[in-house]
Design a protein around this ligand. Structure first.
Ligand code: MTE
Length: 320
């Protein structure tokens, strides 16, 4: 993905960032001590060389989904310390630290556009819409790495059905939080902010498309998209927007952030496709985090039997 060059970053930004990090570390340490003392339960401590990461509380009553892969799950530490989250940083090892104190409560999601009832839904209301399921999915980044994650959520279709889109709604547009105080990466113009992604209505209604609020049986860690993100396992990872604050129903194909940034490199559909190379690299193979040898990338990330029919008659080289 495009990354801002070092010369574009002012030295004043670097200084303020290190001060900022130290303050965050101090605050996080105080928060952990306080919460642990108050409750004594519900925390998982992941010790890293520099600090301790506070992960989410356990989610109860999760159903196992038959749609899960039986492939080996990627270790929690890798999935939570190798993240693409440009609102925090363009470095993959930084969002874990920089997002540590990100506030995910209170959190509202605006539902608007072509729906019967426009409304601001509290995230807790959304979480109660359907039973939580564990879905172990392959997740393939457009950059060539992949992971297998036990996400927790429920089908996105459950939310869509409850908010009653009108018959004119053909697409959904997902918008991420814009908050310069909390998301230091937004102070740099590495992408258009806020981060926007989109899906066609039939893609969003597909049973594999997940509205996700947890992983590994716990609430989502901030760096993985808390409190709410989508997961679209047959598409490159950038379609799976994190920290969603708005879902707009529309009759026009949304313009997604990565497409604005590099239209010849990142399309709207972005289905995992080993036969269509990225202009700067091959997509034929991928490296699973934690493994040495590369493995072949599968068409639609291995979900072709379920989703290929969504694209009948389309030229996937043109609609990449
Ligand atoms: N969502 C937001 N809001 N900001 C981002 O930078 N990065 C995307 C996607 N969702 C991104 C985002 C990309 S490029 C990938 S590969 C996945 O998140 C990574 O998800 P993960 O960090 O949970 O593995």
């Amino acid at each position: 993905m495009l990354i801002k060059k070092a010369e574009d970053i002012r030295s004043s930004e670097i200084t303020s960032k290190s001060l900022y990090l130290n303050r965050r570390k101090f605050l996080a340490g105080a928060a952990i001590a306080g919460v642990a003392a108050a409750t004594g339960v519900g925390l998982r401590e992941v010790v890293t060389p520099s600090t301790t990461v506070l992960a989410g509380a356990k989610i109860d009553g999760i159903k196992k989904s038959p749609l899960s892969t039986t492939e080996t799950v990627t270790p929690y530490k890798d999935v939570t310390h190798y993240n693409n989250y440009y609102e925090f940083s363009t470095s993959k090892d930084e969002p874990a630290e920089l997002a540590k104190n990100f506030r995910t409560q209170p959190w509202k999601v605006k539902i608007d556009g072509l729906v019967d009832k426009k409304q601001d839904l509290d995230v807790d209301t959304i979480l109660k819409m359907a039973p939580a399921e564990e879905r172990i999915y392959r997740h393939r980044c457009v950059e060539g790495w992949s992971i297998v994650v036990p996400w927790v959520g429920f089908p996105l279709s459950e939310l869509i059905k409850r908010v009653n889109p009108t018959s004119k709604a053909k697409f959904l547009e997902f918008t991420t939080l814009y908050d310069l105080n909390q998301m230091p990466g937004q102070q740099r113009h590495v992408l258009e902010w806020p981060y926007v992604e989109g899906l066609r209505m039939d893609e969003a209604m597909h049973p594999l498309a997940l509205l996700c609020f947890g992983m590994y049986g716990e609430e989502l860690p901030n760096q993985d998209g808390a409190p709410l993100r989508i997961i679209v396992p047959w598409k490159y990872g950038f379609k799976s927007a994190k920290a969603i604050v708005r879902i707009r129903f529309t009759d026009k194909q949304p313009v997604n952030t990565w497409n604005i940034s590099a239209p010849t490199e990142y399309g709207f559909y972005s289905n995992v496709n080993p036969n269509v190379d990225h202009p700067r690299w091959s997509q034929a193979k991928e490296r699973r985090l934690g493994e040495f040898l590369k493995r072949p990338t599968l068409m639609f990330n291995g979900y072709g039997d379920q989703v290929a029919s969504l694209y009948n008659g389309m030229d996937l080289k043109k609609d990449f």
